[in-house]
Ligand binder design. Structure first.
Ligand code: FAD
Length: 359
């Protein structure tokens, strides 16, 4: 059996780490010069690899496979107050190295973009190489400036798989107000997303002001809930600046706020506990951490193969599965990869047992 894995990201490297311990032949195709660029970028270079909480029950994901792999490979994790796991080294590079150490260099084809996939006699042609199974784990365009067409999305569409709408998520928002004077400021705030005057989601954290919008983890989390809205009517973000501070006893805010914010509030006659911004849109995919939407879960079997063609497996961000910040996205990409690898291994062993029995 020969397996093509398209993408050397979190999902593809997890698949390869299962297959490398079997007799199954596999090749990982990676269009970049180096593997795992998003593993390296995650958690600001620290790799927020997982979260103690499980927030999704839409699909059964075995996160234990990721924890077991890290434990066996002696890559200890530490957890912060909010349940986020990081490698003890605080470095994404450690995580990438753990995932690369068992892979033979010839199985990892770098600088090797897959540009066509063809099906021929129940097998798959990539260039002129023939494979028995495909693993599609080419991720998304999040965090990337690219106008190139996504070959894997095109291939899925050619199989009549209707992708759900792709939207940048875990991303900042462009706002209507002129806030260029606040560019570069960071402040602790309580941020609430409103739609049609109704509060949708609130979180406390650091807000970053940009030339034309708002960002920061707390704002990125708002974008996750924004993308789930069925319709948009006057969507807004309300900020309460320094939410644990009582401004009432102060005669003036002059020394309680950074000067540009003090000036902005004074000019617009605003209060620090009621600062509203009208959302124009999210920023584009190049500024996003993930893309919401993708392969609908209804199109895949429990083993992550396509209902349309069970020899094709799909995992990671290609799936219509996305979460707020906190390690949920990357751990899902890793875990789906391990599950796909285990399922391919099982189907290989069953085939061999059937062959042996018929001899
Ligand atoms: C800046 C940034 C920070 C992030 N921080 C976090 C975080 O702290 N915690 C968290 O949970 N998530 C985080 N994420 C999200 C997380 O990194 C991704 O959800 C996860 O890495 C997706 O894994 P994947 O394997 O599905 O896809 P990817 O990691 O994107 O891997 C797909 C691979 O396929 C390759 N590829 C694509 N097309 C082709 C082709 N045609 N031929 C060959 N190769 C191809 C790509 O080059 C890529 O290497 C962050 C993302 C970004 C951009």
């Amino acid at each position: 059996m020969k397996v093509a894995i398209i993408g050397a990201g979190a999902c593809g490297l997890a698949v390869a780490n299962v297959l490398c311990k079997t007799k199954i032949e596999y090749v990982v195709f990676e269009r970049n010069k180096k593997p795992g660029s998003k593993i390296l970028a995650s958690g600001n270079g620290r790799c927020n690899i997982a979260n103690d909480k499980v927030i999704d029950k839409k699909i059964k994901i075995n996160y234990q496979l990721l924890y077991d792999f890290l434990a066996v490979n002696e890559c200890p994790l530490v957890m912060d107050d909010e349940g986020r796991y990081y490698p003890l080294t605080n470095s994404s590079e450690t995580v990438l190295n753990v995932f690369l150490k068992a892979l033979k260099p010839h199985t990892l084809r770098l600088n090797c973009p897959v540009s066509t996939i063809k099906k021929q006699n129940n097998q798959y042609l990539i260039g002129d190489e023939v494979f028995d199974k495909l693993v599609l784990c080419s991720g998304s365009g999040a965090g990337i400036i690219s106008t190139k067409r996504n070959v894997v999305y095109d291939y899925l569409t050619s199989l009549n798989i209707q992708l759900t709408t792709l939207k940048p998520s875990l991303v900042g928002f462009k706002v209507k107000e002129n806030i260029s004077s606040l560019k570069g400021l960071r402040i602790s705030a309580r941020a609430t997303l409103y739609n049609n005057q109704k509060a949708i989601y609130t979180e406390d954290g650091e807000v970053q002001f940009k030339e034309d919008g708002l960002s920061g983890i707390v704002i990125m989390n708002l974008s996750y809930y924004y993308n789930q809205l069925k319709y948009y009517k006057n969507p807004q973000i309300k900020l309460v600046l320094n939410p644990n501070f009582d401004y009432n006893h102060l005669k003036s805010l002059e020394y309680a706020l950074p000067r540009p914010l003090f000036d902005y509030l004074a000019k617009n006659n605003l209060k620090p506990d009621n600062l509203k911004f009208s959302i124009l849109s999210t920023y584009d995919q190049s500024m996003a951490q993930v893309i919401a939407g993708g392969i609908p879960l209804a199109a895949i079997n429990l083993d992550f193969s396509l209902k349309q063609d069970p020899n094709i497996y799909c995992g990671g961000e290609l799936l219509d599965l996305d979460y707020p910040c906190g390690g949920y996205n990357i751990s899902t990409a890793f875990a789906t990869g391990f599950m796909i690898g285990e399922n391919i291994k099982d189907s290989y062993e069953i085939c061999n047992r059937i062959k042996d029995a018929s001899r």
